[in-house]
Design a binder for this molecule. Structure first.
Ligand SMILES: [Zn+2]
Length: 163
């Protein structure tokens, strides 16, 4: 009798643990499905590649101090690419001096930027991200002075420049 009981308990344990195994596999599958960017890296890989300041801005949605960024007053002809994955994001033709202290553009290259509602810091803003790697670029505002009416306010640290 005791043996039968032991056997039953063992079966239940086996059954429960195999169910958990199944669940775990499902979770892994789901995680894979949510990978949405062409360029995906682990946090450790991003940290090693970007260094602390760029990691803070690009991967942790940080903001550089205004009027301090490398490209704030930079008006050479060329292309601004993503600091994380080097994907072209903005043409120098769309850059303008907004006096806000961050590089500002009135449009992005088609399909290169992703838009996301951002309700942090008690404000309703639209975050802009690199569509290829999900790197945080800055925010977009509807107060641009040119005909697009847009102001893409971008951290210099999120960008690299190519002539
Ligand atoms: Zn990118």
């Amino acid at each position: 009798m005791i043996n039968v009981l032991k056997y039953t308990v063992l079966l239940i344990v086996l059954f429960v643990s195999s169910c958990q195994g199944q669940e775990r596999k499902e979770t892994v599958k789901k995680e894979k499905k949510t990978m949405k960017y062409t360029v995906e890296k682990t946090e450790a890989e991003w940290k090693a590649q970007l260094g602390p300041e760029r990691y803070r801005i690009l991967r942790e949605k940080g903001t550089e101090y205004s009027h301090t960024g490398e490209y704030n007053l930079h008006f050479e002809k060329g292309t601004y690419v993503c600091g994380g994955c080097q994907e072209p994001l903005f043409s120098s033709d769309s850059k303008f001096e907004s006096h806000c202290g961050w590089p500002s553009f009135d449009e992005a290259l088609p399909g290169k930027v992703e838009y996301k509602k951002d309700l942090s810091f008690g404000m309703a803003r639209t975050e802009i991200l690199c569509a290829k790697c999900g790197g945080h670029l800055g925010h977009i505002f509807d107060d641009g002075p040119t005909e697009t009416g847009k102001r893409f306010c971008v951290n210099s640290a999120s960008l690299d420049f190519k002539k």
